[in-house]
Design a protein around this ligand. Structure first.
Ligand code: HEC
Length: 221
């Protein structure tokens, strides 16, 4: 019942269009001027020469072990990790320099919009704005030592993720503020032993406390 309250009270939020990122105009030029000198033909484990090359590029490093771009998940994409401060693996890119905050934000927005080559039509955009909370799960799973929990939110609100071990003891808890649309939050269990863990996510506001979802995650060390 409480969940209904929160969802209904916010369902009148109107759709506001934000400028979308266009790969050809906004992203490829960043790669061409800052990355192609070392990555134009796939050398050094990344290929920045074109849209299809970037999307096909896969990390050989066991730290990432995935495609460099994970659509809708900027924070989980190795490409973003490499251009931000202190990457999990190797040097910050571009090697010997760094992109501007504006360029980094554009790349993240492009990925979170789905990492498309073409700007999406308004019908497609609208479906990106959810009308209810929806838990998408966590990635990767199994994981070590951190995993990204993803959910969609119709509102910007406080939330809490609580993680329990198989005995039902709370081992981790994380609070934050959601954005409208897709949300990604990293849960790190580096101080816990291997095993199955459960998590619950709640949206909280001063009028209600609503359940978003729960899931199971496996830590393998
Ligand atoms: C001066 C050369 C140079 C430039 C310019 C450069 N890189 Fe790199 N890049 C490297 C080298 C060397 C490696 C391998 C070592 C490492 O990962 O630190 C690498 C590795 C990478 C990886 C792969 C990591 C992996 O193993 O999965 C990515 C992704 C990457 N760079 C992205 C970029 C992006 C994006 C740019 C432009 C913003 C860029 N690089 C600019 C030299 C460069």
């Amino acid at each position: 019942m409480k969940r209904m309250l929160l969802v209904l009270s916010f369902s009148i939020i109107s759709f506001t269009a934000t400028a979308q990122i266009d790969y050809g105009n906004d992203i490829q030029p960043i790669f061409t001027s800052n990355c192609n000198s070392c990555h134009s033909a796939g050398q050094n484990s990344f290929n920045s020469s074109s849209y299809s090359a970037v999307m096909a590029s896969t990390s050989p490093s066991s730290t990432y072990d995935s495609k460099h771009v994970i659509p809708n998940n900027a924070q989980g994409s190795p490409l973003v990790d490499k251009i931000e401060e202190s990457p999990e693996f190797g040097d910050r890119m571009p090697q010997g320099g760094q992109l501007s905050t504006d360029e980094i934000d554009k790349i993240k927005q492009w990925i979170n919009e789905g990492a498309h080559e073409e700007v999406q039509t308004s019908n497609e955009i609208e479906s990106d704005y959810p009308d209810k909370f929806e838990l998408l799960g966590n990635y990767p799973n199994p994981f070590n030592p951190s995993t990204v929990v993803q959910f969609r939110s119709p509102v910007s609100t406080e939330f809490r993720i609580t993680v329990y071990n198989a005995n039902g003891q709370q081992v981790n808890s994380l609070t934050g503020r959601t954005v409208i649309g897709e949300n990604d939050f990293t849960v790190n269990l580096s101080d816990q032993p291997s095993g199955v863990y459960f998590y619950r996510i709640r949206a909280t506001s001063n009028v209600s406390n609503s359940f978003i979802g729960s899931g199971k995650m496996t830590l393998i060390k």
